[in-house]
Design a protein around this ligand. Structure first.
Ligand code: MRU
Length: 351
């Protein structure tokens, strides 16, 4: 597909001297755009999921990093770089699981080191340019993921997806949702089952909103409906995104992904993870070492500001789970579909 698909959503944008984000905490009720001019506000936006989804967090962190280092007044490279590391560490502390955050910041730090002989003001400009490049590359990467993934989608496929992996979560198009956009654009008669995705409802608030804007047939389900739909033969394919993939293919994604993978196996359904190579962490041999973000109990004990659990009820709220690689049929990446054995095949693509 040569032409761009108009998903009409720009979740993050660089504007002259600041970043504009579509604040995802207000969706689907209101489209609120917020201008971010300093690194502290960017940290807060990432932490509070105003901007979210692994690739989008990487892009946001890259712009946030520039906002942080642009104010630095150090004159020598050495003292400048000490502060640069501090800014990167600070941003990285916002959310631990999605490796794209770390990946983008490492790339920017390496770029700075490669230009250590230049004036510091020039280095700052190079950082902004690289942040824009990371953003542009993600748009192209997501388009490729959509094109490759489309080859796996039958003409009348019923696809089940979890969380939000669309334009909101990336530079554009998304990962698993990019496949869905591309299949729809190719005039396939697809139908999407959208998991609501407890507790923050990325499925019902964000994915349903994106798909309805694009006029793609979809139905919202509670997370616990997925198994029964599969059992009744109403799902052909499960497709999700990823926050971090270990070298062996073990995958961290939104909590509730692992049970979907087990259910897919039980019901003989293909289970695909769509993710760019920037989400693959070849430094981790398997999923055991992936840090899992734990969020406030209030996200479970309250709903829309109202209590839905007894006062002082204790709650456990991990934001992600790990799907062992043996449940994953394949990875849909910008370089193509990667099949098992994943460790060998990832390495081959990276050569
Ligand atoms: O907590 P979130 O909303 O940032 O979690 C997002 C997900 O789990 C997505 O599935 C993942 O980041 C892939 S986005 C293309």
């Amino acid at each position: 597909m040569d032409n761009d698909i108009d998903t009409a959503i720009q979740s993050i944008e660089w504007r002259d001297d600041h970043v504009r984000i579509l604040d995802q905490t207000y969706l689907p009720g209101r489209e609120v755009y917020s201008d971010i001019r300093d690194v502290g506000r960017m940290w807060e936006a990432i932490k509070k999921l105003r901007v979210r989804g692994a690739p989008a967090i990487g892009i946001a962190a890259a712009y946030g990093f520039y906002l942080g280092i642009k104010e630095l007044t150090e004159n020598s490279f050495q003292s400048f770089f000490i502060e640069v590391e501090r800014v990167a560490e600070y941003l990285e502390s916002a959310r631990p699981t999605a490796v794209n955050l770390h990946w983008a910041l490492e790339r920017l730090k390496t770029t700075i080191e490669a230009h250590k002989d230049k004036e510091i003001s020039d280095i700052k400009n190079i950082v902004l340019k690289t942040a824009k490049t990371i953003h542009d590359e993600d748009k192209r990467t997501c388009k490729k993921i959509g094109e490759h993934g489309n080859e796996l989608v039958e003409k009348d496929a019923r696809i089940l997806t979890h969380c939000n992996t669309g334009s909101l979560a990336t530079g554009r198009y998304g990962t698993a949702l990019s496949v869905i956009y591309h299949a729809h654009e190719a005039e396939k008669d697809i139908q999407v089952w959208v998991d609501e995705t407890r507790p923050l409802l990325q499925g019902s608030r964000l994915t349903a909103w994106e798909l309805m804007n694009a006029e793609i047939p979809m139905k919202l389900i509670t997370d616990s409906t997925a198994g029964s739909l599969m059992q009744q033969g109403k799902v052909d394919l499960v497709m999700v995104g990823a926050d971090r993939v270990a070298a062996n293919g073990d995958t961290a994604n939104k909590i509730g992904t692992y049970p979907l993978a087990v259910l897919a196996r039980e019901n003989n359904l293909p289970f695909y993870v769509a993710a760019p190579f920037s989400t693959i962490d070849m430094d981790l041999g398997n999923g055991d070492a992936i840090p899992i973000e734990e969020r406030e109990a209030e996200e479970i004990t309250h709903f829309n500001g109202s209590e839905v659990a007894p006062k002082k009820a204790e709650a456990y709220n991990p934001a992600f789970d790990i799907t062992p690689h043996r449940y994953i049929t394949g990875f849909i990446t910008e370089k193509g579909i990667v099949e098992p054995p994943f460790d060998e095949n990832f390495s081959r693509y990276l050569e």
